[in-house]
Each structure stands twice: as C-alpha cells, then as structure tokens.
Design a protein around this ligand. Structure first.
Ligand SMILES: Nc1ncnc2c1ncn2[C@@H]1O[C@H](COP(=O)(O)OP(=O)(O)OP(=O)(O)O)[C@@H](O)[C@H]1O
Length: 765
C-alpha cells in the first residue's frame, strides 16, 4: 500500500473507532434516558399517591401545599434531566454521521509530543471522560485550524496565549461514517473542500460553514472584545454565515451567562428569516429571537396607526414617479432619515415640557369621567425638572386614584342592577369571596354584587391608564407638524403638510415609523428589552441614520454586530451616514472588511465587480462557470425567451432558478404570463418559505438569499435608467451562484455597458 493509502486506512480506522465509541455512549445514554422517561411517566401516573391531601385545618393546608410542591419539583427535575439526555443523544446522532471535519497536529512550545486534534461540530470525550476524541469547533484550541497554515501558530485560552507549531493540517469529508475525502493543506482552509461546498446546488435553507470557515470570517465569529463590530462585506462574502456561526460561538463560549433569549437578530424580510432557520439547530444550538425591524416597530407603535413596510416604500419609489406627491415624498424620506430630524424632535420634546402634550378624555359609558383638560392641567402642574415619562407615570397614579373614587360613586347607580340581571351571579360572588376571603353573608349579597360588577367594568379603563393610553401620542406628534413654531428646516412647509395629511389617515410611511416610535418612547417611556445582550443587524446598509441612532438609544448596553454591504444599499437615503461607511460612526467600534466573494462563480463576480462602486477590491473565489449571458432582443416574445432559457438552465443542472425583477409589479406580470405554461412561484413580502424550482420576485425581497440560476428579464436601459438603480442591479446579479442570464429589449443598461465586453457573452435574438 502506498503511504497515502496507508494514512487513509489509518484515518478510516480511527473514524470507525470513534463511531464505535459514539455507539457505546449512545446506547448508555439511551438506556438512561429510557429509565428516566419511564420514571417520569410513572411519576405522572402516581403523582397524587405520594401527596398527603388534607385541608381540614390551616396547618394541614400548608402541609398539603408543601407536599404537592415537593412532588412537582421532583417531576420537573426528572423532566429536565430527560431533556438534557435527549439533547446529548441528538449530538451523538449528528456526530455518528460525520464525527469531525478537520485535524491539526500541534506541538505546544516546551513540550516534545505532538497532539492530534480532531475538530467537529461538537465535543466528544472518550469513555473514561479523560481525553477529547473530538474537539468542538468553538473550543479555544480549534481556532488554530481556522487561523493558521502549518508552521508557527498560537491560540488564546481564557487566561493565556499558547504558542507552538502546527505540523499537519488535514481536512476530511466523512459521510455516514465513511471517509469520502481527505486533504492535507498548506493553506488556511484548502480550496478543495470549499470548492466542494460551493459547487453544490443552492438549497432552500442556508447551511452551516464550520468545516470551511475562512480566516477573515473567523475574526468575526470569535470576536469577543468589541461592543460594536461593523462588518462591511461584498456580496456573497459570507456575512450572514459568519453572523450565524458567531451566534453559535457566543452561545457556546458564554453558555453560563447567555442563552437564546438574550440574542436578537434583525433580518431583512420574513423569507430570509426562514432561509436561515436551520443553521443554528444544525450546530446544536436553538434559534435565537429573530424579527424584522418593521415588526419590531409595528409591535410597539401605539395609536392604532398603520405602518407602511419598507418594501411598500421601495415599490412606491420605483413605480410612482409622476404621482403629484412623489417629489414631496422623496423629500420627506430624505429628511426623516436624517439625524437632523431626530434633533428636531428632541427640540420639540423640550417644548413639550412647557406645553402641548395632548391627552384623551377618560370616558365611561359615553360620559367623560376625567377630561383631557383636567389631565393637561395636572400634567403641567409638575416642576419642569421632572421628565415627561416620569410625569406620565405620576399622572397615571393620580388617574387611578380618581377612578377609584368614580368607581365607588357608580355602585348605587341603576345600571349596575340592570347589568346584574344579565349575569351569572354565582360567578361574581365566588370571585368576590375568594378575593376578600370573607364568609358568605346573604345580606351582603346585593352590595357585593354591585361592587364586583363595577369593578369589572372599570377594569379595562384602569388597564388603559396603566398602559398610559390617556396620552394622545399621535395627536402630539401631529402638533409637531401643524402648530409648533420651533426652528424649522428648509422645505418644512411641504414636508409638514404631507405628514399631517398622512397622520390624519392614521398612516405612517416607512420613513416616519422609527421617528414616531422614538417620539412615543420619549413621551410614555420605552419598553426597551434589557435582556438583550447581543443584537445582530443583517443587511445593515438598509437602515437610515435616524434608525441607527434610535436603535443605539434603545439598546444602550447591548453588544452589537452590524453586517452589510454598502454596494447593496437599495433603500433611498440609507447610504448616508451609514456605519458601514468608514468614519461615519462616532461610537468606538471595530471594523472588519470582507472582500472575497464565495457565492458566485469567478465569471459572475468578475462581471459584477465592474459596476459595484469601489468594486476593484472585490476578489472572486476560484470556481469557474459560464460567462454571464446578455440576450438582446427586439421583437422576440419574452415568454418564449424566458421559457427557452429556463429550460437551458435546468438542463445545466440548476435546481432553483429565480427571475428577479426590479419591482413587484413586474414580477406579478411575469407570473401572470408564465403560470399557464410552467410551475412558477411568486414571492411577495408575505412569503415565508420557498421550494426548489422556478421563482419570480422583486430584487428587494431577494436580499440575502441565493439561487443556482438568476434571470433578469429586463436589463434594458429603460428599466435600469437611473444612477440610483446601480445597487439594485448589482444586488440582483449577485444572487446567482452558477448562472446569470440578462434579457434586454434594445439597449442594455449602462451598468452592463460599463463592464469590459469579455466579461459576458452577448446573444442577439
Ligand atoms: N467559508 C465558507 N465556506 C463555505 N461556504 C461559504 C463560506 N463563506 C461563504 N460561503 C457561502 O457563500 C454564500 C454566501 O454567503 P452569505 O449569504 O453568508 O454571504 P453574504 O455576505 O451575507 O451575502 P449577501 O450580502 O450577498 O447577502 C453562501 O452559500 C455560503 O454558504
């Protein structure tokens, strides 16, 4: 046997031994878990047998309660032990298929023996729990694998830095316990494994990249020092992947202090959220809290307002040119996205300390119990030193006190007994006795019934007061645009009229959503979630300066990781003062730039980098495919052309093909035309998942996602005519992993024309 074959046989032998060990452990765990499960079932069945129930005397009741509590605790303990064993079993099952993907032989400085360190998705100890058969990829020593080629190397432990030398670096592909591939590499992580990973067809959910994390990505994943980490990475450079592995890393590294509920991720759209849901479970972690910024704002906004989505805003910008309000809307977007507007709101808030907060009457059965004027007077009777939210709290206390007085007065009104006729008296009396702990007294019955009825009717009013709903946030916001005479910026009149018109309809355009919720927080307090320890913002280029400033105030003590690509800033006004642009961030932060693109073939990256602003720095990963194709057609039927190209892409092995349009309108038209002829799935902002096959969607909903093949049905100069379309077009093209086809009716857009003619193939139909 050759040396190589020998080594391979030795490695397979080790794989077999480790799997044997896994099987043993799994059997033991299974037996334990089964035992516990049976005892849980048994305990549930016999729960009451071991409880002494006696409620004759107060002492007996206490004893009974203690006995139930003890039994319940025992059950919880057993259930949790069973849960933990189950979790361990799941890890073993994962390891059994592929116990590890890497090995390094490391000699620590001062020691003579080298140690072979095998790295996998989770740790595995030998039977005696003495040695590691597999190290978790997140263990400190595993960083050697990602950070260094063979030669001098070091890694950091909790309290020191260990130096030494890597003698060997090896990568494995193990599937179903069989060694399918094995490569020794001089590079950080060899090309071959990455080639394998990237050459596959797109999947409908994202995969983990732990076996092939690159050095730059590893810096993002293992960064523990920065409070604010800003990652600017070109399209397909692995930002989202790095973010998810970073979450898994942090959950492992700080497992005592951090859990899934302490981590929040803002993602660009619901489709993206479901696209990434598999990654953390694949790494043995539970999914963290995920939401879109839109949902975050919608969940918070008071005042029964309708908040426009950023996608609707985008669609408006792209399709409503010529609309009488269009220019004003753009100005509104400009101004409301700026920190200048935030300062303006802050000035207004200073004025509100003196005057101007609007309140609502507290009404009951159509009568005003406490008028807004009375509330206003009480609110402004406080010292100017007392902040607005603080005063609001005091007003709430006062209102509750006043309401109690009104409640008492209502008791003897006729309506109460009328209502009593309609009710289940038993239920009311029972509730009363339970609460008041008094003995039944028939003479008191009517009195009690009255009290109870009034209490229940007042309860929702009190709840509203406790939630500060007596403050009319929307009307106070409206006053900013209609009455307040503060320092007004230029163009204020138009913007103010436009905003006032919308507020009257209880409608908030997307650019007004964050300002309104910010303003609301300053009036009635923010329910900022202090349990959030890490916040991740993906596609950070799509946030405006106002939104960032607001998020920073909302999470003052939260560590943040912002990831994005300024070249993909598709929403109007988000690329100004964006933290992804160097020097725009005031707060101390660390910045990592990723320039290598892994998603697309070399040919697609070479083509797209020409029209990405600052694209010279984009480096393709060395994976070859066909040149992007530009089809120029004059009178061809677009349907036939699309169908023919689809067929061709399918024949080349592409499984997921997306027709990416500029607007939703266009997507709908194409969907309508093709649905009779082929299976095609339209994706809109309500779509949460997608299947392999043919999809049609606007570019702003394709953010963060990738497809085997992409067809741009209208890449003409008519469609992508403005400079502001550059990032849209770039985003659309960079969704393609293997094939990119662009169709243009007549002259192609200037972005294609800017690129050297040898970077794409032109076909004249
Ligand atoms: N180290 C890696 N090993 C294997 N695959 C990788 C690696 N880095 C990135 N990829 C792959 O490259 C593709 C792009 O990654 P990802 O979506 O994380 O990039 P992104 O920077 O967020 O892209 P975009 O900004 O365009 O949305 C994915 O298929 C991902 O699995």
């Amino acid at each position: 046997m050759s040396n190589k074959a020998n080594e391979r046989a030795t490695e397979q032998k080790r794989v077999d031994e480790v799997i044997h060990e896994i099987n043993q452990k799994a059997q033991e765990l299974y037996a334990k878990s089964k035992g516990i499960k049976e005892s849980v079932i048994e305990l549930r069945k016999t729960f009451w047998d071991d409880v002494t129930v006696n409620i004759d005397e107060p002492d007996d009741i206490i004893e009974t309660e203690a006995s139930i509590k003890q039994q319940a605790e025992l059950l919880t303990q057993k259930e949790s032990a069973h849960g933990k064993l189950d979790q361990q079993l799941k890890i073993l099952i994962r390891l059994k298929d592929s116990p590890y993907f890497g090995r390094i032989d490391f000699i620590e400085e001062g020691l003579s023996e080298k140690e072979a360190i095998y790295i996998g998705v989770a740790s595995l100890m030998d039977r005696n729990d003495e040695d590691f058969l597999v190290y978790d990829w997140r263990a400190p020593i595993s960083s050697l694998y990602y950070d260094f080629p063979p030669g001098k190397a070091s890694y950091e432990t909790v309290d020191s830095k260990i130096h030494g030398e890597i003698k060997l670096k090896r990568q494995f592909i193990i599937r179903q316990g069989k060694l399918k591939g094995m490569f020794d590499t001089g590079l950080t992580i060899g090309d071959q494994l990455l080639q394998n990973a990237l050459g596959n067809t797109a999947s409908t959910t994202m995969k983990s990249i732990v076996a092939t994390i690159q050095q730059e990505q590893n810096k993002i994943i293992r960064n523990e020092k920065s409070d604010l980490l800003v990652v600017q990475g070109v399209a397909g450079s692995g930002k989202t992947s790095a973010a998810l592995q970073r979450i898994a890393y942090l959950l492992y590294r700080y497992r005592k202090e951090l859990n899934k509920d302490n981590v929040v991720m803002f993602s660009p759209n619901p489709l993206f959220s479901s696209y990434i849901t598999n990654v953390l479970p694949e790494l043995g972690e539970e999914n963290v809290r995920q939401t879109t910024f839109l949902n975050y704002l919608r969940d918070r906004a008071v005042g029964n307002v309708e908040i426009e989505s950023p996608f609707e805003q985008m669609e408006y910008v792209l399709t409503a040119k010529g609309n009488p309000d269009y220019e004003i809307r753009i100005e509104n977007m400009n101004y409301k996205s700026s920190v200048e507007f935030k300062n303006h709101i802050d000035d207004y808030l200073l004025n509100l300390i003196q005057e101007g907060v609007h309140f609502k009457n507290i009404t009951f059965q159509g009568r005003i119990l406490i008028s807004k004027e009375e509330i206003y007077e009480y609110f402004y009777s406080f010292d100017a030193e007392i902040s607005i939210p603080n005063r609001v709290e005091r007003v709430a206390k006062w209102l509750l006190h006043e309401l109690r007085k009104h409640q008492k007065e209502e008791i003897y009104n006729d309506w109460v007994m009328e209502q009593a006729e309609l009710l289940d008296k038993e239920d009311y009396l029972k509730a009363y006795y339970e609460e008041q702990k008094v003995d039944e007294d028939i003479n008191l019955e009517e009195e009690i019934l009255r009290k109870e009825i009034v209490k229940r009717v007042f309860s929702p009013i009190k709840k509203q007061v406790k939630r500060f709903q007596f403050v009319n946030v929307l009307a106070t916001y409206y006053r900013l645009f209609t009455e307040w005479n503060g320092n007004k910026p230029i163009q204020w009149e138009k913007i103010a009229n436009f905003t006032a018109k919308n507020i009257t309809k209880r409608f908030l355009p997307w650019e007004d959503a964050a300002p309104y919720v910010y303003f609301q927080g300053k009036l009635i307090g923010d329910y900022s979630d202090r349990s959030v320890r890490h916040l991740f913002i993906d596609e950070a280029q799509d946030y405006s300066a106002f939104q960032f400033a607001y998020i920073r105030e909302l999470f003052p003590h939260t560590r943040m990781t912002l990831l994005g690509d300024i070249n993909q800033a598709i929403y109007a006004n988000t690329s100004k003062e964006n933290p992804l642009i160097p020097d725009t961030m005031v707060r101390k932060h660390e910045r990592i730039t990723l320039t290598k693109s892994y998603r697309s073939t070399r040919q697609i990256v070479e083509f797209t980098k020409y029209f990405a602003p600052g694209g010279e720095m984009i480096e393709p990963f060395n994976r070859d495919g066909d040149l992007p194709k530009l089809i120029i057609q004059e009178d061809q039927n677009l349907n036939d052309l699309l169908l023919a190209n689809l067929e061709e892409l399918r024949n080349k092995g592409n499984e997921t093909i997306a027709i990416i349009t500029k607007t939703l309108q266009e997507s709908e038209t194409i969907h309508e035309r093709l649905r009779e002829k082929t299976d095609i799935y339209l994706i809109d902002e309500e779509t949460y998942t997608f299947q392999k096959g043919l999809l049609v969607l606007p570019v702003y909903l394709a953010k963060g996602i990738e497809f085997d093949g992409v067809i741009i049905p209208d890449a003409s100069a008519k469609c992508y005519s403005e400079e502001s379309d550059r990032t849209l077009f770039y985003t659309a093209c960079t969704r393609a992993m293997h094939d990119l086809v662009m169709i243009s009716d007549g002259e192609a857009c200037k972005f294609i024309q800017e690129t050297p003619s040898d970077t794409f193939e032109v076909i004249n139909e």
